[in-house]
Design a protein around this ligand. Structure first.
Ligand code: NZQ
Ligand code: ZN
Length: 383
């Protein structure tokens, strides 16, 4: 096991009716900027619950944050924060709203060009406090300190992280899952699955506890996904699903392990260039990573195949092929397509992504093993 430092200060308030707890958590008179997206919260009752709980506060609303939150939109909220002396940011939404709000929190207090927080390696030294009401389980953003921001003007998508943007608390009411369109369940299932694999499918035999946690998350997803995509969603399935998402990217399964993240980095550029949903990019890229990196990840692919899919028979390559096929079939079973050509994407995009990575000088994968020629091979394999 690798040495590690672990700290996660996010308080979770989990369960039915927990949105009402905002009343105790946010003092009367607090100046709150409440951020949200395109209006789903007004249709499913979350907005009304939040407003009722904040009735003693001074609430300013900032709606209209897009999926894959856009830098230009977020900078408008930064202006509001700078002029209105906001005490607390409250993100009410999915990963895009929470990530966007983390950026607003940091950018408001940043004295030079906030874009430098995303591309220039500038450090966050101060941030406004923020909290969240999660409406879409997927990213884990409600319990981590990372954020991914898009800039449509230049077709870029970049991330930043700082312990100063950990939410103070996050409210997780599984009943929000009832109103999610199937497309967002599909995206979420694949995103959570991919987060788990990014932290699992690396080095074998050095983190038994985290391995079994990760396998438990994958098995839970495989069990609940078909039911969530069926006709009726039970409360318990929604609750299991929600906590799986949070546990997938809150640092717990990352303790002491090697991490990969090449799939996510490639996926971000596919979103930036073609507007594909985040989960969609992962369903395409992950099987390619498994195929191209099969020698480097051999022992872990075999463990994954055996423990998650029960694959015990055949040669090493046959078992790895079967594990990859099970993964692809699972992604397809939740409604994903797994090839670039399904979205009309081909050679020019592969060349652009490889060139972008070359210019950024990125080292991808655990110990930098996903080199540029591998990135190219991965994308060719999933064409
Ligand atoms: O905008 P509204 O109308 O609210 O609709 C949203 C949006 O269209 C809808 N939605 C959310 N909750 C709903 C709902 N519709 C009905 N009922 C509800 N309860 O869902 C749509 C997608 O929302 P979004 O927030 O974009 O989804 P998601 O949570 O998948 O977030 C994706 C973003 O998070 C980033 C991604 O790159 C992407 O930008 N990620 C953030 C990470 C992090 N901070 O740790 C890690 C991830 O790997 C990921 O990169
Ligand atoms: Zn993700």
């Amino acid at each position: 096991m690798n040495n590690f430092r672990f700290r996660n200060p996010v308080e979770l308030l989990f369960g039915k009716g927990q949105i009402a707890c905002l009343k105790q958590r946010v003092a009367a008179g607090t100046r709150v900027l409440m951020t949200y997206g395109g209006g789903s919260i007004k249709r499913n009752g979350v907005y009304d619950q939040v407003m009722a709980a904040l009735s003693d506060c001074e609430v300013t609303e900032f709606g209209g944050i897009e999926a894959n939150p856009d830098y230009a939109t977020l900078m408008k909220a930064v202006e509001i924060c700078r002029h209105q002396k906001i005490d607390l940011l409250l993100a009410v939404g999915g990963g895009s709203i929470i990530d966007g709000t983390k950026f607003i929190a940091a950018a408001t207090c940043f004295e030079s060009d906030p874009w430098q927080l995303l591309v220039g390696g500038a450090k966050v030294t101060r941030a406004l406090p923020l909290a969240t009401v999660l409406t879409l389980p997927a990213t884990g953003s409600e319990m981590n300190c990372g954020a991914v921001i898009s800039r449509r003007e230049t077709q870029e998508k970049h991330s930043f992280g700082s312990e100063l943007v950990f939410p103070r608390f996050s409210i997780l009411d599984p009943e929000v899952v009832y109103s999610l369109p199937k497309r967002q369940i599909t995206n979420g299932v694949v995103d959570i699955y991919a987060h788990t694999l990014e932290q699992y499918l690396t080095t074998a035999n050095h983190t038994r506890v985290m391995d079994r946690w990760a396998e438990g998350l994958l098995q839970t997803l495989i069990e609940v996904a078909p039911r969530l995509l069926g006709e009726e969603r039970s409360y318990d399935d929604c609750a299991d699903y929600m906590i799986t998402a949070t546990m997938g990217l809150n640092g717990f399964i990352a303790m002491g392990v090697d991490e990969d993240w090449a799939t996510h980095m490639i996926g971000h550029d596919l979103t930036a260039l073609h507007g594909l949903d985040h989960g969609v990019t992962l369903a395409i890229v992950f099987p390619g990573v498994m195929h191209v990196m099969r020698r480097e990840k051999e022992a872990k692919l075999l463990q994954y195949g055996e423990r998650v899919w029960g694959i015990r028979e055949g040669s090493t390559d046959e078992r790895i092929d079967a594990a990859i096929r099970c993964t692809e079939t699972f992604f397809e079973s939740v409604g994903m397509k797994i090839h670039l050509s399904d979205y009309g994407i081909g050679e020019p995009t592969i060349r652009t992504i490889v060139e972008r990575f070359r210019q950024r000088g990125w080292k991808l994968g655990e110990h930098g093993i996903v080199t540029l020629d591998k990135v190219e091979a991965i994308l060719r394999h999933v064409m």
